[in-house]
Design a binder for this molecule. Structure first.
Ligand code: ASP
Length: 312
């Protein structure tokens, strides 16, 4: 199939402050390139999405890993998920602390346990058993996230508005040369969330889903709305009914907006290599690589392309 392989990544739905848009754009572009390098060498879609999301977690501009938003109590609690479309195996962590790359821990939950999701203390205990080093919380907190935390502590702050102003959840979907699809998503969650809040990202069918028989999705946006409509699985349902990746993504996002007033963004692909990056929010930083061409955009409806070797 000449459309394969493909990787599509996102850096969160919301409103990106102007001064942060260049870094968001270059962050998603380099993560997509990193994923594509793996796919080009014949690597699996799972390896590609985990590599892309690891890069985004390590980039302080995004709300995942280093750069995560803070809970109401000023702590970092992160959620992540991976799913393998070949076997339907998945792994997730929620409310995990002091871990640089929650997406890698989620993959270990998938590979080394008989469970799908580990949370909070249990997730950290598992990380210790797996010899994943704990990092000081301070190393995950940026000046920007602390500033936003302080600014939005006011009780009158609207949680949805707070969040949509501070985008940055990250995710990726990929299909490898064998036609296997995978997804990965990682986040610090909602700004000023309650301690122990479990978001959509770690919930299968909400923050992501991958099935070789249909496709793969990674989502971002207001987590409670995403969970209410099981956004990732809803998109795949529409694809099963014959809709294209684009139509299915738009239909599900429109449903979430009309039913629960939730805004978000998604990256979606199918095993044939059709893909889409769509949002109902004003912006979604996204990038894709297919056939040595880099595609990217930030504002809703935007789509630029350039050769993979050209500097961005
Ligand atoms: N969906 C994430 C959450 O609610 C936030 C986001 O995507 O920006 O935890």
């Amino acid at each position: 199939m000449d459309r394969l392989p493909v990787v599509v990544v996102h850096g969160g739905a919301g409103n990106i402050p102007k001064e942060r848009s260049d870094k968001s754009r270059s962050g998603v572009c380099s993560a997509a390139r990193a994923g594509y390098v793996i796919l080009q060498k014949g690597g699996s879609s799972m390896d590609a999405v985990v590599e892309a999301v690891t890069q985004l977690e390590n980039n302080p501009i995004f709300n995942a890993g280093c750069g995560s938003v803070l809970t109401a109590g000023g702590e970092v609690e992160m959620d992540a998920i991976v799913m393998d479309g070949k076997t339907l195996a998945s792994g997730a962590v929620s409310a995990v602390r002091n871990i640089a790359n929650p997406v890698q821990l989620a993959r270990l939950v998938m590979e080394k346990t008989s469970h799908i999701c580990l949370t909070a203390h249990g997730a950290n205990q598992f990380a210790r058993v797996m010899r994943i080093p704990e990092v000081p919380q301070e190393s995950l907190i940026t000046e920007y996230s602390r500033m936003r935390w302080k600014k939005n502590l006011a009780p009158a702050a609207n949680p949805v508005e707070c969040q949509m102003g501070k985008m940055g959840t990250v995710g990726a979907v990929a299909v490898d040369i064998d036609g296997n699809v995978a997804c990965a998503t990682s986040t610090g969650g909602l700004l000023n969330k309650m301690e122990g809040r479990v978001g959509d990202t770690s919930c299968i069918g909400c923050g992501g889903y991958a099935d070789n028989q249909v496709g793969a999705v990674s989502t971002t946006g207001h987590g409670e709305a995403i969970m209410t409509v099981t956004l990732a699985r809803l998109i795949l349902f529409h694809m099963e009914q014959g809709q294209s990746v684009e139509e299915a993504s738009d239909l599900a996002l429109a449903y979430m907006k009309s039913r629960v007033q939730g805004l978000g963004g998604v990256v979606t692909l199918d095993p044939q290599g059709h893909w889409a990056a769509r949002c109902s929010s004003l912006q979604l930083a996204w990038a894709a690589v297919q056939k040595d061409t880099l595609h990217y955009g930030i504002n809703s409806g935007e789509h630029f392309t350039q050769g993979l070797d050209e500097p961005h």
